[in-house]
Write a protein that binds this ligand. Structure first.
Ligand code: ZN
Length: 252
């Protein structure tokens, strides 16, 4: 773990010397109901005062999760599609919000998801769409503002889009291989690379997690990362509502 620490702290120290602060944010996907892994996620993030944005699946959730999260002031909730159902064919990448159905049907679901989670969460709700599998048909994007969405979050570098993007950049899971946590050293190298890019071009360092499938390696990684970053003067774990507000403030 020492090498892991050196890679991240080395980069943050450079930020500190330059008088800059790197903004990190935490997104965790696929919440539906209170579970033991969710408790663990909330505990770890709260212990380090790291704000958390949960991608909640509207069609499958309800009061139980909202009641649980009401006690978590650092937790905000965003819309994770509608039902997280794959409408793509067997030879395609999985997608709920693709071109497989009429646009009006998809938009009607996205409006229902927005309205339902807003009603459940009120002030904890953030008007951000997180497409399942991080995929959405570009033709839908210009319509989202009309439904109330103010931001979109997918995976990878931000590209110009019809809606402000608050993306994730580092995924802790090894989806193609072990389906467990990735090597901490590889994750540290990726985080440092993202920080180098941000140093010159701005942006945030979005960490993507999936509490329901974490193995011990992921929980250990998260704890270690929070341990080395949360108190570092050149790191700020930001809440998405704050990032959104700043993005929408006029430049100057
Ligand atoms: Zn998902």
């Amino acid at each position: 773990m020492d090498e892991f620490k050196a890679v991240i702290v080395g980069e943050l120290d450079r930020w500190q010397r330059a008088g800059k602060v790197a903004r990190f944010w935490l997104r965790d996907d696929d919440a539906i109901e209170p579970t033991e892994p969710l408790d663990r996620l909330l505990e770890i993030s709260a212990a380090f005062a790291v704000p958390l944005t949960l991608a909640v699946i509207p069609a499958h959730t309800g009061e139980a999760l909202a009641d649980r999260l009401r006690r978590e002031p650092l937790c905000s909730v965003a819309v994770h599609g509608w039902s997280h159902r794959n409408h793509a064919g067997p030879d395609e990448k999985k997608q709920e919000l693709g071109r497989h159905r009429p646009v009006a049907d998809v938009l009607a679901e996205l409006k229902q998801g927005f309205d339902q989670l807003f009603a459940l969460y009120g002030a904890q709700f953030v008007p951000m769409l997180i497409p399942p599998w991080n995929r959405i048909d570009a033709a839908l994007l210009p319509q989202l503002a009309g439904l109330g969405y103010r931001a979109l979050s997918v995976y990878g570098p931000e590209r110009p889009a019809a809606l402000p993007l608050i993306n994730t950049h580092v995924d802790v899971m090894d989806w193609q291989g072990t389906r467990g946590g990735r090597d901490p050293q590889a994750l540290a190298v990726e985080i440092a690379a993202r920080l180098r890019l941000m140093f010159d071009h701005g942006g945030t360092m979005g960490l993507l997690t999936h509490h329901l499938v974490h193995d011990a390696a992921v929980w250990d990684f998260m704890k270690a990362l929070f341990m080395v970053t949360a108190d570092h003067p050149a790191c700020h774990w930001a809440a998405v509502p704050d990032i959104l507000r700043e993005q929408q403030a006029p430049a100057g």
